[in-house]
Ligand binder design. Structure first.
Ligand SMILES: [Cu+2]
Length: 354
C-alpha cells in the first residue's frame, strides 16, 4: 500500500513536471550560458524571413518512386515582422514557412534535422504526411548542435503541413515553425502556368500591433488565442511586396496552408473565383469547382487553381477581414490585355437632368 501510494505520488510528480514542461517551454539545458549579451543581441542583423511565394520545387517528372533526402535546419533568427518591427523567429531553414518539400507517392523519404548550435531551444519536426509515431517528432527531437534523422514511406498522396512539435507546441508554431510537404500522386498534378506557396500564421506579441522596435512573445495572448499579427509567409503584408504574378489567360495554382497555430482561414482572392479546389488538401477526392472562399483549418492545407482573365491586382485575404488590418494581405498581380467583355469600368453616369 505504502509503496504503491509512493509510486502514485512519484508518477503524479512526473506527470506534473511533464505538464509544466509542456506548458512553459524552456531553453534547452546548458543553452542559457550560450545566450548572447544584450549589447550583442541589439547588434544582431535583421533577417528577411519571408519565404518568396514562388520558392517551391517544380513538378516531379519521374514515373517511379525513389529515395529522397530532406535536410532541415532549425534556426532562431531576428526577422523583420513589419515596417519598423522585428521579432525573434524560430524557423526551418531561416524562412517562414519552411521549405516546400515535394515528393511522389511511394517515395522513401530520409529526413535529417539539424538544430543549429546557436539555438536556445530544442526543436523537431512532425510531418502530417508520415504514418508513424508523432509524425517523426520523437525521432527528430534535437538539442542545439544535434542532428537527428528518420525515414518514412510516403504512402498517401496529398498536401500536408509539417511543424515543430516540441512543447509548448503552439509556441514553436506561432514563432514560425511550419511548412508544407506535397506528396504527388503517381501521375502528378495537371500542368498549370504558375505554382505558388502561401501559408498563414499568427504572431502573439506583448506590444500592440504596429509598435516599433523588437516585439516580444506573449504567452498570455497565445493561450488566449488573441494574436496581434496575422501573416502570410511570415511577416505583416509581406506578399504585397513579394507578389504572386500571372498573365491574363494563364492558370495559377496556389498551395495554401495554415500553420496557425490556432485560427482557421477563410481563404479568398478578391476579384476572382477558384475554378478548382482540392478540398482539405486531398488529391484523391473529386475537386470542387467555382468556389469563392475556402475554409482551411490550422494544420490543414488546400490547393486552389484560378485562371486569370482580367489584368489588375487581386488581393489574397482571409475573409475574416479584421485580420487584414493586422497584416494579412497579399497581391496576385495580373498583367495583360484588358478584357472589356468580362470586366470594364463604365464612364460616370450623368445625374438625371430635372
Ligand atoms: Cu521548435
Amino acid at each position: 500500500m505504502k509503496t504503491s501510494a509512493k509510486m502514485i505520488l512519484l508518477e503524479g510528480a512526473a506527470i506534473g513536471a511533464a505538464l509544466a514542461l509542456y506548458a512553459f517551454a524552456r531553453p534547452a539545458e546548458g543553452a542559457a550560458d550560450a545566450a548572447a549579451p544584450a549589447d550583442q543581441a541589439t547588434a544582431q542583423t535583421v533577417s528577411d524571413i519571408v519565404r518568396d511565394p514562388a520558392d517551391l520545387p517544380p513538378p516531379i517528372d519521374r514515373r517511379s518512386a525513389r529515395q529522397v533526402v530532406v535536410n532541415l535546419e532549425t534556426s532562431e533568427v531576428l526577422g523583420q515582422l513589419a515596417d519598423g518591427t522585428t521579432y525573434h523567429y524560430w524557423t526551418f531553414n531561416k524562412k517562414v514557412p519552411g521549405p516546400f518539400i515535394r515528393v511522389r507517392v511511394g517515395d522513401t523519404v530520409e529526413v535529417h534535422l539539424t538544430n543549429d548550435a546557436s539555438s536556445m531551444m530544442m526543436h523537431n519536426v512532425d510531418f502530417h504526411a508520415v504514418t508513424g509515431p508523432g509524425g517523426g517528432a520523437k525521432a527528430t527531437l534535437a538539442a542545439p548542435g544535434e542532428t537527428k534523422s528518420f525515414t518514412f514511406k510516403a504512402i498517401k498522396p496529398g498536401i500536408f503541413v509539417y511543424h515543430c512539435a516540441t512543447p509548448m507546441v503552439a509556441e514553436h508554431i506561432a514563432n514560425g515553425m511550419y511548412g508544407m510537404i506535397l506528396v504527388e500522386p503517381e501521375k502528378g498534378l495537371p500542368k498549370v502556368d504558375h505554382e505558388y506557396y502561401v501559408m498563414q500564421g499568427e504572431i502573439y506579441t506583448n506590444e500592440p500591433f504596429g509598435s516599433r522596435g523588437e516585439a516580444t512573445e506573449s504567452f498570455e495572448k497565445l493561450l488566449d488565442e488573441k494574436p496581434e499579427y496575422y501573416v502570410f509567409n511570415g511577416a505583416a503584408d509581406a506578399l504585397k511586396t513579394k507578389k504572386l504574378h500571372a498573365k491574363t489567360g494563364e492558370t495559377t495554382r496556389i498551395f495554401f496552408g495554415v500553420g496557425g497555430p490556432n485560427k482557421t482561414s477563410s481563404f479568398h482572392v478578391i476579384g476572382e473565383m477558384f475554378d478548382k479546389v482540392y478540398p482539405l488538401g486531398s488529391l484523391t477526392s473529386k475537386t470542387v469547382d467555382d468556389v469563392q472562399t475556402v475554409s482551411v483549418p490550422p494544420g490543414g492545407a488546400v490547393a486552389v487553381e484560378l485562371k486569370t482573365e482580367v489584368p489588375g491586382d487581386y488581393i489574397l485575404v482571409d475573409h475574416a477581414l479584421s485580420r487584414m488590418e493586422r497584416g494579412l494581405a497579399g497581391i496576385l498581380e495580373v498583367k495583360g490585355q484588358t478584357n472589356p467583355e468580362i470586366f470594364k469600368a463604365n464612364a460616370d453616369i450623368a445625374l438625371a437632368d430635372h
